[in-house]
Design a protein around this ligand. Structure first.
Ligand SMILES: Nc1ncnc2c1ncn2[C@@H]1O[C@H](COP(=O)(O)OP(=O)(O)O)[C@@H](O)[C@H]1O
Ligand SMILES: N[C@@H](CCC(=O)OP(=O)(O)O)C(=O)O
Length: 395
């Protein structure tokens, strides 16, 4: 797909696979879950599917906690984890039942998927989730996804649905992520505190300057805040997927976007950077451990496109097995990238700082010279732009 905006309408019409994320700020009114909003959005989604016969849509919906608060009759949002989990357990049912009823009038089937970051952190579970989603889309069923708040604890949390939607987009190779929230899009500073804030219509690169525009504090009912949406956009761009932050409460917002109206903030990637395994790695929510590297290894990975050898490893943090994704950090703690280990953490601890010829003598075998092979490694942050889209298989 060409990322040319000269004809906005045709750009949108070429997006056949969509992830639509709807924030609590859109779905929640003073009386809890705003069912009218759910009906309006589902009317538009049904219309989009009708207009573009083969268009496939995945919904990532927030609002379980906000719905639960109202249903239980709590006076404020829960603060402790058990209270949040219990509130979400009540609210998720209400939320799902509303989406289901709204799509029922179009005879559109929906499916609920509740995920934790662990479900996508392990490659086989990631592929499993992908197979389920592909099957549902194949059958013309609308997957409706939320984080599994009821069982989630800090260690296995995506954080928020902005991150989850970016990961789902990578998982299914979406053509576009539409992030619906309660502002017109991304402003050059927080519009709550700066009356002069101006909307940014198009973004090609998420850098430190852009990240500084968005504050992490969400609105009264949100979780992610604008910073999380910009970070999600960064993930999408790294995967070569466009994302738009758009005003979800605006009348006919989805239809108007597809009519080519200039609304929201559109993040446009220059090109698709990663595929298959590398795409999964680039978007991984939580790696299993860290390797601290010396300056030579950092240079080799960042500038020379090399694999990681044991000689450049200074320290290992965490306990992990072979094939596990781990982060590579420089000695100042900056994340260099993420890759799959060829040795387990206890073995790496023994061979760190040593030459490859010494591996066998130390641990009794050697199946590769590299601790992380370049084919199983992606650079992070700014440098990700430099990495070439080397194939990588999907399995
Ligand atoms: N630079 C910015 N541009 C737009 N909105 C911003 C910015 N910085 C902070 N915000 C705030 O982010 C809020 C949206 O985040 P959040 O409450 O998490 O929404 P949602 O529930 O849709 O995820 C907006 O209500 C807005 O006040
Ligand atoms: N999983 C939570 C929503 C978390 C979240 O990311 O909220 P939001 O920032 O409103 O998209 C819920 O359903 O209440």
């Amino acid at each position: 797909m060409t990322l040319d905006l000269t004809d906005r309408k045709s750009f949108f019409s070429r997006c056949r696979r969509l992830v639509i994320k709807v924030g609590s700020a859109v779905l929640t009114g003073p009386r809890g879950l705003n069912r009218v909003m759910i009906h309006r959005l589902s009317d538009q989604i049904a219309e989009l599917r009708e207009r573009n016969g083969d268009c496939q849509i995945v919904i990532v919906t927030s609002g379980a906690v906000a719905s639960g608060v109202r249903k239980i009759g709590l006076s404020e949002r829960p603060r402790t984890i058990p209270h949040k989990q219990a509130t979400a357990a009540v609210g998720q049912g209400v939320l799902m039942e509303s989406w289901e009823a709204a799509f029922d009038k179009y005879e559109l089937l929906v499916a609920q998927l509740l995920l934790t970051s662990e479900d996508l952190a392990h490659r086989h579970r990631y592929l499993n989730a992908r197979n389920t989603l592909e099957t549902l889309l194949d059958w013309g069923i609308l997957p409706i996804i939320n984080e599994n708040d009821t069982v989630v604890v800090e260690e296995i949390k995506f954080g928020d649905n902005d991150q989850l939607s970016a990961m789902i987009a990578g998982l299914i190779g979406a053509d576009l992520v539409i992030n619906l929230t309660d502002t017109q899009g991304l402003y050059d500073c927080d519009p709550r505190t700066h009356a002069s804030a101006r909307l940014i219509p198009v973004v090609n690169r998420v850098d430190a300057k852009l990240l500084a525009c968005a504050t992490p504090q969400p609105g009264a009912v949100g979780t992610g805040g604008m910073l999380s949406k910009v970070n999600a956009a960064r993930k999408c761009l790294a995967s070569g997927i466009p994302m738009i932050i758009a005003p979800g409460k605006e009348r006919d917002i989805l239809l108007r976007l597809f009519e080519g109206e200039e609304l929201g903030t559109l993040f446009l990637p220059r090109k698709r950077l990663y595929h298959g395994k590398k795409l999964w790695l680039a978007n991984l929510p939580k790696p299993a451990g860290d390797l601290i590297l010396d300056d030579g290894a950092v240079l080799a990975l960042q500038k020379r496109g090399k694999s990681l050898l044991p000689i450049g490893i200074r320290e290992i943090r965490g306990t992990f097995g072979v094939g596990t994704p781990v982060r590579c950090l420089d000695q100042a703690g900056n994340v260099i990238g993420i890759g799959l280990c060829n040795y387990r953490s206890t073995e790496i601890d023994q061979i760190k700082g040593r030459h490859t010829e010494e591996i066998e003598g130390i641990i009794g075998y050697k199946h590769s010279d590299e601790v992380i092979h370049r084919n199983n490694f992606v650079l992070s942050g700014e440098d990700i732009e430099e990495e070439r889209a080397e194939g990588g298989t999907d399995a």
